[in-house]
Design a protein around this ligand. Structure first.
Ligand code: R5P
Length: 283
């Protein structure tokens, strides 16, 4: 039985349809003091697959509650699918006295599950923080599907670390060149982007990244391209977090369109990762 977290309801339904499994009747509530309550009244299955992105602190607590609730209701096998893993970028103690937050949340999630499935975590190494087996799926190829016909396309990543995503989207699209920018991050919202050597004047460019969070990285990259004469600039991201004023930043930079998946359910979530997850869960 598929058990959806509050912020992954559409994806869980799509995944249930892909797998031909039923969807648990989940209830989400909040007490007057702000505490959350996620429950599965009537849950009656031996195996549960919880699907819950953790883009907020509440989502993490709800995930722990759902894990506990299905165990309490008798599930002997629990799989936890985290389409977007929050805190994954805090994978080091960046300063003395800082926590390794990704490890802290991974340990908590591990206590009540037999297995974890992650979709394009920020770094694959985050899987080592869990105390149970972890499988990682790459859904970047899904981002090619909603793209329109492109003129002499160039697929760019904002830094060398994300070039694999650009290559995966290009391969799925079927044609085009790939390259990457040089990126220096000065703070959480201040990012400096240096153009690549690729000639982008008059061409359609797709900038690909794992996450658009504040939009600082993407908007800087878009501005470099639009100022330099690119024809149209698209952004394709697995996780369209789009926090704070990210949309405004992208619009002001001259973006043509943002394409994302449903690991985080937003209006730009044009394509589902359900088929990729179904393949992994059916293996
Ligand atoms: C960083 O290495 C990631 O791949 C993304 O580029 C980054 O998380 C995006 O964050 P923001 O949208 O806040 O610039």
């Amino acid at each position: 039985m598929l058990v959806p977290g509050a912020s992954s309801q559409a994806l869980a339904a799509a995944l249930a349809a892909e797998l031909g499994e039923s969807l648990a009747a989940v209830e989400y509530d909040r007490f007057p003091d702000g505490e959350t309550l996620a429950a599965v009244p009537g849950f009656d299955a031996d195996a549960a697959t919880i699907v819950a992105s953790t883009a907020s602190n509440d989502a993490y607590v709800e995930l722990l509650q759902l894990q506990d609730a299905v165990r309490e209701a008798g599930a002997s096998e629990v799989t936890t699918v985290i389409p977007y893993m929050g805190y994954a970028r805090q994978d080091k103690a960046f300063e003395a006295g800082h926590p390794i937050s990704a490890r802290a949340v991974a340990r908590a999630v591990s206590t009540t599950t037999d297995r974890v499935v992650l979709v394009n975590p920020h770094e694959d190494a985050v899987s080592e923080f869990f105390d149970v087996p972890v499988d990682i799926v790459d859904a970047a190829g899904r981002l090619a599907e909603p793209l329109p016909a492109l003129d002499d396309p160039l697929f760019l990543s904002p830094d060398s670390g994300a070039i694999g995503i650009a290559e995966t989207v290009r391969d799925a699209y079927g044609e085009g060149e790939t390259d990457y920018f040089e990126k220096v991050r000065h703070s959480g919202t201040d990012v400096e982007i240096t153009p690549s050597d690729a000639d982008f004047e008059g061409r359609d460019v797709v900038i690909t990244d794992d996450i658009i969070a504040t939009g600082s990285t993407m908007s800087e990259a878009v501005a470099v391209l639009t100022d330099g004469g690119a024809k149209r600039v698209f952004c394709a991201t697995v996780h369209p977090l789009l926090a704070r004023n990210a949309r405004t930043k992208l619009a002001r930079a001259g973006i043509e369109r943002v394409v994302g998946t449903d690991t985080i359910e937003r209006d730009v979530s044009e394509v589902s990762v359900a088929p990729v997850l179904a393949d992994e869960l059916e293996r």
